[in-house]
Design a protein. Structure first.
Length: 114
């Protein structure tokens, strides 16, 4: 499985950004896709995930501000980020977990700064 993420960039505090991540290859009929992030000098942490059936979970710091969705026909997961804060600055990695294996995308940088 290969993952291609896009949509990162520079945004001002309070702004919004949407990330996309398309999976290709041997896609399992039962899988979970999600996002982690890694801020400078910190460990990678979970942002959230979503099942193929569309059930999302979110990490505490992003609840109420970020929304994960997916388009199963396109094998694509999205991360809508609203009310962005400087502490959201990080490299965002998408991932795919299916058939007992986990795959990671290449990461896309999100910088929240005025």
């Amino acid at each position: 499985v290969q993952l291609q993420a896009s949509g990162g960039g520079l945004v001002q505090p309070g702004g919004s950004l949407r990330l996309s991540c398309a999976a290709s290859g041997s896609i399992s009929s039962s899988n979970i896709m999600g996002w982690n992030r890694q801020a400078p000098g910190k460990q990678r942490e979970l942002v959230g995930s979503i099942t193929r059936g569309g059930i999302p979970i979110y990490a505490g710091p992003v609840k109420g501000r970020f929304t994960i969705s997916r388009d199963n026909a396109k094998n694509t997961v999205y991360l809508q980020m609203n009310s962005l804060k400087p502490e959201d600055t990080a490299v965002y990695y998408c991932w795919y977990d299916g058939s007992g294996s986990k795959y990671w995308g290449q990461g896309t940088l999100v910088t929240v700064s005025s």
